[in-house]
Design a protein. Structure first.
Lengths: 716, 304
């Protein structure tokens, strides 16, 4: 995407310079640099040549040997009264960045920017559909001959253009305007089951992204050392030019089915915040109140295909033609920070959050027997809202210059509109000790416990163990269920000798979902981070780090295949080969080693090098309840998001003259991904009207790349 | 060096300090702090002593670290709030610092000079004024030449440094997002000093397509994005903190699926690969997991 902004910015630069020079700031000194160069990249061959992770967020040419221009501009103007700076890099590229700032000291300042983000997901994806890039995808399915499919790329470009202007001439009053427009374009994926049962397959297909978000914030306020008050109004409009995707669905006779995409919405927010400082006992009182409203208006689809040909069963029969979404968020916060004596500091705070969902509840009454019904009954949407109160306090006491202890208590009461848990109460207590007794070592130790207790609504669900609803008595969703949490953190920062520094951080965290029968029962984290550095960053310095993380999730579930058994929905029933419980342990291990150096080997030379090696390894272990011998045994998975990456980076800068720097660099990257869900990937599964068609999304991201670049920077 | 020079009644200014601290005086003069034309700047108020204290005794004694009561910001013996207080003498009336007292950095005794340096010239253009860069860059190849903000923050936040490098991450390493897109390191009333009142308000300020309102909402999505996602980086796709189907099965259990295990003999090598496990697992069918406006059963079960 080529920017429309470059000529606009250049014009604004001249305009800004004109404004700034209007008073004749003759002291304005302009300096800067311009960089031009070229970068080349080559990818490996075969299965090592997929560029999606290489180019995920970077505009790097690849595939064989290919190059792209490098560019950069960095200009500063500094006067006694005014200033500006213009920075731009990757001009004309998909990852372009331009930033123009300026102003007159103590009077006003402004900024104009463009920040383009490219996000590539998969190159060379495939689909049996025609019309890729449009909102109607047609195909005659099933089509298991991938040779006849069409090729495309999944990727998105986000162009963010904006600016702000702030006036502070009437200080302590200020006024500020921020505005930006974000344009998203590209192709993303959407899937969706074909038929009415999980066994009916799915189709993964591309939909066009054509969205724009426009934001405007106006803020005014008064700020001094003693007090601050501000009022801000924000408006945001999200517009999606594509709110529906139509696609041929083989299960319904290749009629056009419909998937809904993100709808337009309007968002407005008013916020007031303020501070009163220098109050008695060294106190500051801070507060904030906000109210925001999100609305939209969407025609409700009146029909969906339910069979091979259109028929009366297709009607969804909503009780209203339009959904008028209306959600209001209200928040309030108050905090009092005090320093009654030098050794003691304290904080008391209260936060309130409220989601008031004023959207209408919609009931759909499809024809009896239609597969659009929900368990044979009409479908009614849920209206979800919540109210959360958070109260807390912490006190820090420095009992000598080298030791400080901080104790804290925090309480959260959350009431929600949910069918399983309508209220949770969290109590958190923490204790932290900081020590700097040794000149060369500072340490910090933190211990925190949290207890969540929830009000469970489904304790009497279902009539008996043969009733499917009976199972809800035992399913506890981890985001709201009872949990006991403990957290330990240890940080050490040492300077054992001159120019040396060593750092360590260890984190242990455990959640025990103590009353959960079915669901997540426990999760554990152990994380260790070690770093060491030697040297002076202004001259030469070496830095290295090592990171190790272990994460484990334990869960317990019930398999029910014989639905008519008298105790089918009771996890405490005696297991048999079709109805039984099972456990899963999901483990993630990740390791990273990195080393980097900045070195000034001789006058005029600066070298930088870094090497990173990363490895992740995930597994899932299954265990079936003793007494059950299912037909399909549970087999552990040994490769879940396994990845290895090596990144090597060299850069050298030679000051050819005072005005000219010559830059050269080389980078090597190797990425290997081994995941059970993608190993042996196929584009189709099954046959007939329940055949699944996949597109190759994330199927093989492996690559090896060599990148080289040379550039020259001219300073003035 | 200074013996015999008559010292004025006023504290010594840059021209005296430059005798030993030439580089510091040069960097000060080149900065906005050294701009005499700007009302209220330290240069306009006498120079070095505005921040470092009266250096008269320091000069008389011939210099030395901390000698004469001069305030060096790298001196660990000086409390963090004293160091910050020096900066706040002028900057407290800045909009961005209004909530400094409410922030975690102040509470955790982080002072301004931990992140900012008046005297170190940035090696390359930065996104924010005079951010310190303590270590060489250790990153994959990136197409930006800017000194990136995260390199300042991760000097202390080691866990975050590790997460930014993970396979699935926001484009922070690449210079497309910065820490201050989401956080206000100068203080905020919100937890983790995020810029908005809640996590969801923050996330949907960029991810506006997830803002809704939706006719069919997914409860954990409405309450907290962090139930399923971890924003700094994850080994799992889409910044998920656990893989599908396991993440979904941690909440959903029912007859047949999702109560069935999807295990190692149901992958691509099976006679019929299980569509609830391969590729995107649950999301192969339940596609509109953040909410949708689809009708009837297709919408309620996030199938459309």
């Amino acid at each position: 995407m080529k920017s429309k902004l470059i000529p606009l910015l250049i014009a604004n630069l001249f305009a800004a310079a004109g404004v700034l020079a209007a008073d004749g700031d003759e002291d304005m000194k302009v300096s800067g640099s311009v960089t031009v160069g070229v970068q080349g990249a080559s990818l490996g061959t075969g299965s090592e040549s997929n560029p999606e992770k290489l180019k995920e967020y970077r505009d790097i040419e690849g595939g064989g040997i290919s190059g792209r221009a490098l560019s950069g501009v960095d200009i500063k103007g500094r006067g006694s009264e005014e200033y500006f700076s213009l920075y731009g890099e990757n001009l004309g590229r998909d990852d372009q960045y331009i930033d123009l700032k300026g102003g007159r000291y103590s009077e006003f300042k402004f900024q104009i920017y463009e920040n383009d983000i490219v996000h590539n997901w998969t190159f060379g994806a495939r689909t049996p559909y025609t019309g890729v890039g449009s909102t109607t995808l047609r195909a005659t399915l099933p089509n298991l001959n991938t040779d006849t499919w069409n090729s495309f790329d999944y990727g998105m470009k986000k162009q963010n253009i904006g600016g702000n202007f702030e006036v502070s001439k009437a200080s302590p009053w200020y006024f500020r305007v921020d505005a930006n427009e974000v344009t998203d374009s590209g192709l993303k994926w959407i899937a969706g089951s074909n038929g009415t049962s999980p066994g009916n397959g799915f189709n993964e297909k591309p939909f066009p992204i054509d969205q724009k978000t426009k934001n405007l914030t106006v803020e005014g306020g008064y700020v001094t050392k003693e007090a601050q008050l501000s009022l801000a109004f924000m408006h945001s409009n999200f517009a999606n030019n594509n709110d529906l995707l139509r696609w041929s669905n083989a299960f319904f006779g290749n009629q056009l089915d419909t998937s809904t995409l993100a709808s337009d919405n309007e968002y407005t927010k008013i916020s007031v915040n303020g501070n009163l400082k220098q109050l008695p006992i060294g106190s500051t009182l801070a507060g904030r109140v906000t109210q925001s409203k999100t609305t939209n208006s969407i025609p409700i689809l009146g029909s969906m295909p339910t069979g091979a040909t259109p028929g009366p069963n297709d009607a969804t029969n909503p009780d209203r033609p339009t959904f008028g979404g209306d959600v209001v968020h209200k928040t309030a916060s108050l905090a009092l920070h005090s320093n009654p004596v030098r050794e003691i500091d304290s904080r008391i705070y209260w936060n309130r959050f409220e989601k008031d969902n004023r959207s209408p509840q919609v009931t759909f009454t499809p024809v009896a027997g239609s597969n659009l019904r929900c368990g044979g009954l009409p479908c009614t949407t849920e209206i979800l809202g919540y109210k959360k109160d958070n109260l807390g306090a912490d006190v820090g006491y420095r009992f000598d210059p080298s030791n400080r202890v901080v104790a804290g208590l925090d309480y959260v009461d959350l009431e929600r509109d949910r069918v399983d848990f309508d209220e949770t109460k969290d109590k958190r207590a923490s204790l932290e000790w900081r020590n700097t007794s040794l000149d060369y070592l500072s340490s910090r130790f933190k211990y925190q416990v949290m207890q969540r207790r929830s009000h469970f609504l489904e304790g009497n669900a279902g009539a008996n163990a043969a009733d499917p609803l009976f199972l809800n008595r035992f399913v506890a969703r981890f985001d709201a269920s009872n949990v006991d949490q403990s957290l330990i953190k240890l940080s050490l920062d040492a300077t054992p000798a001159e120019l040396w520094d060593v750092g360590f951080e260890g984190i242990f965290k455990q959640n025990k979902y103590k009353d959960t029968v079915l669901g997540r029962t426990k999760d554990d984290r152990q994380e260790f981070y070690l770093s060491a550095g030697y040297g002076d960053i202004k001259q030469s310095r070496v830095f290295a780090f090592a990171d190790i993380e272990f994460v484990k999730y334990d869960s317990y579930h019930r398999n029910i295949s014989t639905l008519t058994a008298a105790d089918a929905y009771d996890p405490y029933a005696t297991p048999n080969n079709t109805n039984y419980n099972w456990a899963a342990t999901n483990k993630d291990r990740s390791f990273a080693l990195g080393v980097g150096a900045d070195w000034v080997p001789m006058e005029r030379w600066k070298l930088n090098a870094s090497l990173i090696s990363q490895k992740t390894h995930g597994t899932v272990d299954f265990a079936v309840q003793p007494g059950a011998n299912p037909t399909t045994p549970a087999v552990n998975i040994g490769n879940y998001d396994n990845a290895k990456k090596v990144s090597l980076n060299f850069k050298g800068t030679y000051a050819y003259t005072k005005q000219i720097d010559l830059i050269g660099g080389y980078a090597f990257e190797k990425f290997r991904f081994d995941d059970f869900s993608y190993a042996g990937y196929q584009y189709t599964i099954g046959t007939g009207t329940s055949a699944s068609h996949l597109s190759g999304l994330n199927a093989n991201p492996n690559y090896t790349a060599n990148i080289g670049y040379v550039a020259a920077t001219v300073k003035f | 060096m200074f013996a015999g020079r008559a010292l004025a009644a006023e504290p010594p200014g840059p021209e005296i300090c430059a005798g030993c601290h030439q580089a510091h005086v040069q960097s000060f003069t080149a900065s906005v702090h050294g701009n005499k034309a700007q009302p209220g700047s330290p240069a306009n108020s006498g120079g070095c002593f505005v921040c470092h204290g009266d250096g008269t005794e320091h000069v008389k004694a011939g210099g030395g670290k901390g000698v004469g009561g001069v305030r060096g910001f790298n001196n660990a013996a000086i409390r963090a709030d004293e160091k910050s207080g020096t900066c706040l003498n002028c900057h407290a009336s800045t909009r961005l610092l209004a909530f400094w007292e409410s922030g975690r950095h102040k509470k955790n005794e982080v002072s301004c000079n931990n992140c900012h340096s008046i005297h170190d010239q940035p090696q390359q253009r930065t996104d924010a004024p005079l951010l310190k860069k303590s270590n060489p860059s250790v990153t994959p190849y990136v197409t930006t030449n800017r000194q990136l903000q995260y390199e300042t923050c991760t000097a202390c936040h080691k866990q975050i440094r590790s997460q930014l490098l993970k396979t699935s991450h926001h484009p922070i390493l690449e210079g497309k997002l910065v820490c201050t897109n989401c956080h206000n390191p100068h203080g905020a009333l919100s937890h983790a000093m995020i810029k908005d009142e809640s996590v969801n308000q923050l996330c949907t300020s960029c991810h506006t397509d997830k803002r809704g309102p939706f006719m069919n909402e997914h409860a954990p999505v409405e309450e907290n994005c962090l139930t399923c996602h971890t924003p700094h980086g994850s080994v799992h796709a889409k910044l998920l903190n656990e893989r599908a189907p396991n993440l979904c099965q941690d909440c959903h259990d029912w007859s047949r699926h999702p109560g069935t295990y999807y295990s190692g003999n149901q992958g691509w090598s099976a006679a019929t690969p299980n569509t609830r496990l391969v590729a995107r697992a649950c999301l192969n069918c339940h596609t509109s997991i953040h909410g949708n406006n689809a009708p009837a059963m297709r919408g309620k079960f996030f199938l459309r």
